[in-house]
Design a binder for this molecule. Structure first.
Ligand code: FE2
Length: 410
């Protein structure tokens, strides 16, 4: 490390400076890299939110100015050069923009459900605002919110699930070519689909073992409770009432509560049914442990035409892809990372942030690698993805990286 290091008050930070140390643990801040350039005024604002003093490395800033970033395995900017043209922003900016909004959305969802449990009315305008934030973010770049939706806290299952289904349904709708107004509608369906669960006794919702016949009947009644709750709420989008009522119907007519089949189930309910199942399967629940995204998609594939609409199931599998943002992956070289951005053209070659070295030791400085560089030989093939692991494997928790939020660009 250079000896040309100076301690500065954040108010003295300027663009072009290289921050090499903070006045607190990096893990307590949103900065994904230990060491970064201050590239724009906004970067200073973010640093000022978390720190009073920082240490700048003058030699490193000079080197950066002369040569660009020193990482040997690719940078965020390299990733953007070959990235999909379809997005309105890059994923790092979107993480930065949604960092606080997502946490607020979770807290709004949590209080909305808690209020329903206590017998209060649903605040339709607040729900609409939350959905709108998600729609705007997914339109700009879906991978930031998709990453955030992977962060689970066991004790908050229903609230997390409702917001995740909202986000996933919007991302799916975007892939299906929905207009902004339609995305807002499908997002409302997702956010509100399980509100009826707040009228089912919590002992049943949280029961780890198998439900008795009576308990199962009470659980299934959440669809009817949901419909009734939403029908008594002024201004709620009609499709959301139907989705709350019908998201457990199956194409083969074996679902509940009405045993509807095929075309008798609304399009939006068919979408929510798939998204709901996917999110539930990929979470640890009181009666089942989480499956990987790939395992969940395999089940959706197997159930196409039976539980799920065939065409929509196939399109959903395409939407999520093999390596959705927020997936924990092991590379052939043994290194472990988290997907930060799917590659729409070369789906097996996403962008990854590496967090463990080949011996599974935590990297002191995480590296962003654009695996699409393998395509033209700029990155060795040992960087190919070998396997997807469940969150928590190798002691890597996506939540630990949540607060790092890809706030700075390299
Ligand atoms: Fe449900």
């Amino acid at each position: 490390m250079s000896t040309n290091i100076k301690k500065l008050h954040v108010s003295d930070l300027r663009t072009g400076m290289y921050v090499c140390k903070l006045d607190r643990d990096w893990l307590d801040t949103p900065f994904i890299m230990q060491g970064f350039m201050i590239e724009e005024r906004e970067d200073i604002d973010i640093v000022a939110e978390y720190c009073e003093f920082v240490y700048i490395d003058i030699d490193e800033a000079r080197k950066y100015a002369a040569n660009g970033p020193s990482s040997s395995v690719g940078t965020a900017s390299q990733g953007r050069r070959g990235g999909p043209p379809d997005y309105q922003t890059d994923v790092s900016s979107e993480h930065r923009q949604m960092y606080k909004t997502f946490r607020e959305a979770r807290s709004v969802t949590r209080s909305m459900l808690e209020n329903i449990r206590l017998g209060a009315a649903i605040d339709n305008n607040q729900a609409k605002d939350t959905v709108n934030e998600c729609v705007q973010s997914v339109i700009r770049h879906p991978d930031a919110l998709l990453w955030m939706s992977r962060i689970r806290q066991q004790q908050e299952y229903t609230a997390e699930h409702c917001l995740n289904v909202c986000i996933l349904a919007i991302a799916f709708g975007r892939q299906l070519g929905f207009s902004e107004a339609e995305l807002q509608n499908i997002g409302m369906c997702g956010l509100l689909h399980d509100v009826g669960k707040m009228r089912v006794p919590q002992e049943i919702i949280n029961k780890p073992g198998a439900l008795t016949t009576k308990e199962y009947r009470m659980m299934k009644a959440h669809t009817v409770h949901g419909r009734n709750l939403l029908m008594s709420t002024a201004g709620v989008y009609g499709g959301a009432i139907d989705a709350a009522y019908s998201h457990h119907e199956r194409i083969d007519g074996e679902g509940y509560p009405r045993k509807l089949s095929g075309s008798n189930i609304s399009y939006y309910s068919k979408i929510i049914s798939i998204v709901d199942a996917y999110d539930a399967m990929t979470a640890d629940r009181c009666y089942d442990s989480a499956k990987t995204s790939t395992q969940a998609l395999k089940i959706i594939y197997a159930e196409r035409g039976k539980q799920f609409d065939e065409e929509l199931a196939l399109k959903f599998i395409q939407t999520i892809g093999l390596y959705p943002a927020g997936s924990l992956v092991e590379l052939y070289n043994g290194e472990v990372g988290i997907i930060i951005e799917a590659n729409l053209r070369l789906r097996h070659l996403p962008r990854v942030i590496l967090v463990l070295d080949e011996n599974k030791n935590k990297l002191i400085k995480e590296k962003i690698v654009d695996l699409s560089l393998i395509e033209n030989g700029d990155l060795p093939k040992r960087y190919l993805i070998k396997q997807v692991w469940k969150d928590g494997s190798f002691d890597v928790s996506i939540r630990d990286y949540q607060n790092k939020g890809l706030q700075l660009k390299h």
